[in-house]
Design a binder for this molecule. Structure first.
Ligand code: XMP
Length: 592
């Protein structure tokens, strides 16, 4: 089978590139740089992005005979810089860091990859270094305001500093399609074939054993369950739903209703709320919370499995999907962003012992949905918003201190200097949230911003302002917008306690109900902050994002009158709400 090899330099989007190529109908395979060898099936190569700087000594290289090479090679981000270096170009690290949307001007007349597009293109950047010089026989095919060489080409070699694989690069697929055209005209890869392959693989792995699946209630475990049922039959699959107490309002009951409707058998609910709350009492660190939740989950599951395995031999099925693995550094050298629930050490151990199968681990959310539809699951179930394994526990930003730990006066002055040009004002929040910049995890402060009194809010200003602040201020990785000015904010203690979770559940249910019919919203975490405003109202954040596969996300641009209405309704109940205006990157979708 003809394939395109994706060389993995540890970037967040490596698998996404592979996915896009498969979407274009060509099989793709991810290869570690040191394992790469050319063969007759490989019709093209893509060098992925990565967190390193090509100029450092231990940076990934690839042993590749450029002189003998006959197939097209595309370098993306780090790959673009590495390719440029391999052909004799120069790379610099400098001031010109760009994260998020960037406009480039393309030389469409002289480009094979950018042809048939408009000369102005909106693309997604996430880099610090840049290519500063190319050998004479290479053409510069695109530039941005910050960098001259945003894209280059020769007969066989192509470089993009930006990421064509993320959906936020508007014509990224067209660009990749142009690259694929140079590699092959055979396009016969599709999800339908993949479904058959997955079913066969499950049967081979399971043989005469039974399967146990832990149902979170989300789309992934549902699709994994249906896949297993179709592979080995309803009677050979048991499912367990652990109610951790971190579910949203009525969620566990709704899950049972859904499965009754689908006529699934062998489902058991375990009420574990008290156990979780006891275990997580006083814990505030996000990574610690995730690890503890994951461990408890495995312990409970183990107990159930032990009971079941006294009767028969079982394998555990997990609905892990690709973004759950990549952001824990499963790809060599990918920087740790967050420890995902399904990737805690106990699960890794069971994996090594061959006791876990993860049938949809190569798939992205949208592919899981396609697979669900292919399996015949109802549309309304397959298209629900994603919900993280640790649930609301990672949406309560816990704090054990009501005393401000570090002072931000200097940064706050800088912040307000930047905001001034947008007729806005702001405050740096005395809490931290996770983000991702240039393939690295960040754990920095969010800032809250608002428009000065006489100015009407508009999204264009908000978007430009958000990326400018985060690109300029190292201490800030996330921005939230307040419809009203914010005078004073006090840091308070906040823990994973039932009353706090119940309060979050209420606000979350209210906001989800309000935004229910907005199809552009792909997911909307609601986050509880350990902050109270001058009227003693507890602060929440709503984060409606537009995405395709969770690897990148833009902010849903809500009508301001509607946002005002929502905010005042929330305030009637003694709370207040901010609106997250950070794209991914530099923010992650969840706060922790
Ligand atoms: P981030 O916050 O990393 O989230 O941009 C990307 C997508 O993954 C979901 N998410 C998780 N899902 N276990 C999961 O099963 C987890 O620990 C976890 N953390 C984040 C998140 O809701 C988003 O859809």
């Amino acid at each position: 089978m003809k394939k395109i090899a994706i060389i993995d330099f540890g970037g967040q989007y490596t698998h996404l590139i592979a996915r896009r190529i498969r979407d274009l109908g060509v099989y793709s395979e991810i290869v570690h740089p040191k394992d790469f060898e050319t063969n007759k099936d490989i019709v093209g190569v893509i060098f992925s992005g990565g967190p390193q700087s090509v100029n450092t000594e231990d940076a990934f290289r690839i042993n590749f005979d450029m002189g003998k090479n006959k197939i097209p090679i595309l370098g993306i981000c780090y790959g673009h810089q590495l390719l440029a270096k391999m052909i004799g170009g120069e790379i610099e690290s400098g001031e010109n860091k760009e994260y998020g949307f960037t406009s480039i001007t393309c030389d469409i007349e002289n480009s094979k990859l950018l042809k048939d597009l408009n000369s102005k293109q909106k693309v997604w950047m996430s880099h610090g270094d840049f290519v500063s010089r190319l050998p004479p026989d290479f053409k510069i095919t695109a530039s941005s305001d910050s960098i001259k060489i945003a894209a280059f080409e020769s007969e066989k070699y192509f470089g993009f500093q930006f990421h064509p694989e993320v959906t936020h690069t508007e014509n990224g697929m067209k660009m990749l399609d142009n690259f694929v055209k140079l590699c092959t005209n055979e396009r016969n890869w599709n999800v339908k074939n993949f479904k058959e392959q997955l079913i066969t693989e499950i049967r081979e792995q399971v043989r005469d054993r039974k399967l146990v699946l832990l149902l979170s209630g989300g789309v992934d475990s549902l699709v994994a369950l249906e896949l297993c049922i179709q592979a080995v039959g309803n009677e050979n699959v048991h499912s367990i739903h652990i109610d951790t107490g971190f579910m949203r309002q009525n969620e566990s009951r709704e899950i049972m209703d859904h499965f009754a409707e689908l006529n699934f058998k062998n489902i058991k609910i375990i009420e574990a709320e008290d156990l979780y709350l006891e275990e997580l009492k006083g814990v505030t660190d996000p990574e610690e919370k995730r690890k503890m939740i994951g461990k408890l989950f495995v312990d409970i599951a183990n107990e159930e499995l032990t009971k079941l395995s006294q009767k028969e031999e079982f394998l555990l099925v997990q609905g892990t999907i690709y973004p759950d693995t990549i952001e824990s550094g499963a790809t060599d050298k990918a920087a740790l962003i967050k420890t995902h629930h399904n990737r805690v050490s106990e699960i890794e151990k069971m994996l090594k012992e061959g006791k876990i199968i993860e049938p949809i681990r190569e798939l992205y959310k949208d592919e899981v949905r396609k697979l669900g539809e292919e399996l015949g699951l109802p549309y309304k179930l397959v298209h629900r918003h994603p919900f993280p394994g640790p649930g609301l526990a990672i949406r309560v930003i816990c704090s054990n201190s009501s005393v401000l730990q570090d002072e931000h006066q200097k940064e706050e002055k800088q912040l307000n200097k930047i905001l001034d040009e947008f007729q806005m004002e702001g405050k740096i929040l005395p809490i931290k949230s996770v983000g991702v910049q240039g393939d690295f995890r960040t754990y920095h402060h969010p800032a809250v911003v608002w428009f000065k009194e006489t100015v009407s809010p508009n999204w264009k200003t908000i978007n430009v302002c958000s990326s400018k602040v985060i690109n300029k201020l190292e201490t800030v990785n996330r921005l939230v917008f307040s419809i009203n000015p914010v005078d004073d904010l006090q840091l308070k203690e906040l823990y994973l306690e039932k009353q706090n979770l119940d309060a979050l559940r209420k606000v979350d249910a209210f906001l989800r109900n309000k935004t229910d019919g907005i199809s552009e919203i792909w997911q909307m975490p609601v986050v509880q902050l350990p902050l109270r405003d001058s009227q003693n109202r507890l602060c929440y954040v709503m984060r409606p994002v537009c995405s395709f596969d969770a690897m990148s996300a833009s902010v849903y641009e809500m009508d301001f009158e509607f946002l005002k209405e929502i905010t005042s309704e929330i305030q009637e109940f003694g709370n207040t709400v901010f609106y997250d205006i950070t794209t991914k990157p530099p923010g992650t979708i969840e706060w922790e």
